[in-house]
Design a protein around this ligand. Sequence first.
Ligand code: HEM
Length: 454
Amino acid sequence: MADSRARPAPLAKGGLLGSAADLLSDPLNTLLEGYHAYGGIVRFRIGPPGSPEIHGVSGPAALQHILVSNAANYRKDDRLYDAVRHVVGDSLLTNQDELWTRQKKLIHPLFTARQVNGYVPQMSALVARMAARWRRDAPATVDLHAEMNELTLRVLCAVMFGGEAEEIIQVIADDWPTVGEAVAHRAFSAVRLPDAWPTPRARRLAGARRRLFGACDQLIGARRGRPAGSRAPDLLDLLLKATGADGALSDEEVREQLVVFLVGGYDTTATTLAYAFHHLGSRPGLQRRVKQEAERLPRSGTSLDAAALPDLRYTGMVLKETLRLYPAAPVFGRNAVRADTVAGVHVPAGAQLLISPWVLHRDPGLWPDPGVFDPDRFAHGDDEARHSLAWLPFGAGPRLCIGRHFSLAEATVALATLVREFAFTCDATALTAPTVRPVLMPTSPMIATISPHP
Ligand code: HEM
C-alpha cells in the first residue's frame, strides 16, 4: 500500500546524462556509491532529464517486502529481464503468471536437493578429470576463471546432454560471452538501437544466437526420435518427458529452458569457484582448514560421494562467504505494478527496480568489515543472528533460484576435491574489480600456481 506521507527516493546524479555512462561502465560501484551517499533506495536516471529512471534497492527490509511479502506487486517487466528476454527468449527465469507456474511445476522436480545428489557422481568424475590434467602439467600456472569456466560448462553439459555434450560445448564456450555482453549492454545503455541495424554488435549477436539455438535444436530433434531407453536419462530426457496437467513442454520451450540453464548455470558457478580458490590461494590458513576437512572424509579414489557433502561444513562456509563478497548474480530486476511504500520510500507505479545483492552484502550495518573475506561469519549462531535476507545470492520468495542446490553441490565437490589434492598460491593484490555481464565477471585473469600435495 502506498503511504501518501512517504518521501520519494533521492536522485543519485542529475546533469545532462544522469547516471547512464556510470551505470554502463561500472554498474556495481555506481550502485554502491549511491547507497553510501543516499541509503537503501536511490534513483538513477538513464539519460537526459525526462529519461527512464532505475530505483537501486538494497536493505533486507525493503527486499523482504519486494521479493516476499508483496511479491505480487513486483514483476519481471524491468530493463534487465527485458534485455534477457530480448536476447535469449523467455524461460522459467523471465516468464510470469500461468506460464511460469506451469513451467515451474514441470522443472522444479529436476533440481531438488535429492535429484541433484544424483548428479554428484558426474560432477565428481569431471572434477577428477581436471585434477588428472593438472597433475600431468604440475606445477602449473593457471587462470582460475578460465579453468572453472571449462569445468562448470562441462558439468552442466554432461548433466544436460549426457554423452552428447561434446557437440555443443565448443559452441557455448565461443558464443556465450557475446550473448552475456549483449544483455548487459541492452540493460544499461541509454540508447537501444533496433536489432535490424547492422552494427558490429548486432551482427555478432545474430551469429552467436543462430549457432547456439541451432545446436540446442539439433540435440532436441535428435533426442525426440531416440528416447533414453535403457541408458540413464539426462536432463534433456527429463525435460522432454516432463508432463503436468497441461501437457509436456514444446520443443521451443525445452530449448528456452536449456538456454536459461546456461544463463543461470555455468558462469555463475565458475565465477564463484574462481573467487573461492583465489581467496584460499592467498590465505594459507583458510586453505588448510578446507584441506583438513576434506581429508577427514572416506576416500574412494579421488571422487566424493553426495552423502559426504553435509560433512563439508567449513567448505560450505567458504562458499557462502565467496557468494557474499562476489554474488554471481550481483543485480536483478523488478518493476512495480502499483504505487507502493517500501521502507518509508515512495515507489511509483511502473518504477523500475535494480535489486543489488552486491550492495546488500557490503552493508557495514549487516556485515562488519564488509571488505574482509571471513568464512567464520557463517559459523553456527552468527548466521542466525542476522536478518534472513541479509545474504541474498540466490534471491528470495517465489522466484528463488531453482539451481541453488546444483551450484552449491558442484562447487563443494570441486573445492574439497581440488584443495585436498593441490596447493593453490595466488597474489591477493592482483585482483581487479569485476564487472556485470549480467553475471559477475572478473576483468583480468585470476592467476594461481598449483602444485600437487605429496
Ligand atoms: C552461484 C550460482 C547461482 C547464482 C548466484 C544464482 C542466482 C540466481 C538469482 C539471484 C535468482 C533469482 C532472480 C530473481 O529473483 O529475479 C535466480 C533464479 C534462477 N536461477 Fe539461479 N543462480 C545460480 C545457479 C543456477 C543454476 C546452476 C541454475 C540451473 C542450472 C539456475 C537457474 C535459475 C533459474 C531457472 C531461475 C529462475 C527461477 C524462477 O524464477 O522460478 N541458477 N538465480
